[in-house]
Design a protein around this ligand. Structure first.
Ligand code: PEP
Ligand code: MN
Length: 350
């Protein structure tokens, strides 16, 4: 159920409607829009008694939400969600393309800084780096953990880049919340519902990667888990799914971008690195992702990919990343997107 407030509704009226919803034993989710505020209602087993709500002061309409995902759906929020980063001009969603670049794993301070310097010079606003790695083999490099978070915190200080890092479990979630600007939930955890709910209790943006075999509905329901706990800053990321094709590591499903955009207001990035698994396919698919309307790219960049401790074969060189930025800027212009270069501090305290 969705309560649509009048454009003229006062904050006290919105507050009163939220309190009324709570008294019914349900959860209100006020979602401010450009024109008016809508209040999503969750927690109901059956129909909510709309009569009661319709008569409250400031209420324009009470609408039944037909989709299984509610807070993630365009039925509840028409305008695109734009995730902002206080103290900077960076955004994810909206008119500007967001570029998240960096190594699969943080391997050393020197490696992490060398790559950060190069992606920052090309104008990336976000730096990715794995501290806790979900590896297929227990014997493979598992990440530097807390040490990697310390290194990325230094990188944020040095270059202004906003930090994206994956949380695997409750412990790494707490740590990522403390050190990073965006918490990544990886493909393997897309349906780890208890982790999703915990991430929903935080107030940090969550970058949710599509599961290896997740349908569109399952993907949006996973986002709904995070949002149902009150964290509405969810960024989706298509990273390829398992198919019979063996010329690539995964099959990058670019058609999900417009499919998501028609059903959901959440931003969606595309990861052509995991999506292809092959360096020479990353740039072509990144171009295609922007052309199809993605809100940005997450890409793995390494200065010495042959020596990388994870995902070297799909990591592009810094000079290839520079070329990618130039090309995405041009393709972006065709689809009415700008590619901001570099991140600027705004007057708000960092
Ligand atoms: C990653 O981004 O390094 C990663 C492990 O991604 P995914 O969860 O998409 O496999
Ligand atoms: Mn990787």
């Amino acid at each position: 159920m969705l309560v649509v407030m009048k454009a003229t509704a006062l904050p006290e009226e919105i507050q009163a409607v939220c309190e009324h919803i709570e008294q019914l034993g349900l959860r209100p989710h006020p979602l401010p829009g450009a024109e008016r505020t809508a209040i999503g209602i969750t927690g109901n087993k059956g129909e909510v008694d709309r009569g009661n709500l319709e008569s409250l002061s400031g209420v324009a309409d009470v609408i039944r939400v037909t989709r299984a995902y509610k807070l993630a759906s365009r039925e509840v929020k028409e305008e695109d969600t734009v995730v902002t980063f206080p103290g900077t001009d960076a955004t994810i969603g909206g008119r500007n393309l967001a570029i998240v670049a960096g190594p699969c794993s943080i391997e050393s301070r020197q490696q992490a800084f060398a790559i950060a310097e190069q992606v920052a010079a090309s104008g990336a606003q976000f730096y990715r780096g794995g501290a806790f790695k979900p590896r297929t083999s227990p014997y493979a490099f598992q990440g530097l953990g807390l040490e990697a978070l310390h290194i990325m915190a230094e990188i944020r200080e040095a270059f202004g880049l906003r930090i994206v890092t994956e949380a695997l479990d409750n412990e790494s979630l707490e740590l990522a919340n403390e050190y990073a600007d965006v918490i990544q939930i990886g493909a393997r955890n897309m349906q780890n519902f208890s982790l999703l709910k915990r991430a929903g209790k935080l107030r940090k943006p969550v970058l949710l990667k599509r599961g290896l075999s997740a349908t569109l509905d399952e993907f949006l329901m996973a986002a709904e888990y995070v949002m149902s706990e009150g964290n509405y800053q969810v960024i989706l990321c298509e990273r390829g799914v398992r198919t019979f094709a063996d010329h690539t590591r995964n099959t990058l499903d670019l058609s999900i971008v417009p499919a998501v955009q028609s059903l959901s207001h959440l931003p969606i990035l595309v990861d052509p690195s995991h999506g292809t698994g092959k360096r020479d396919k990353v740039l072509p698919l990144a171009r295609a992702a922007v052309a199809v309307g993605a809100d940005g790219i997450m890409v793995e960049v390494h200065n010495q990919p042959d020596k990388a401790l994870s995902d070297g074969p799909q990591s592009i060189y810094p000079d290839q990343f520079a070329t990618m930025m130039d090309e995405l800027e041009q393709i972006g212009a065709v689809v009415h997107r700008s590619l901001p270069r570099g991140i600027r501090a705004t007057s708000e305290a960092r």
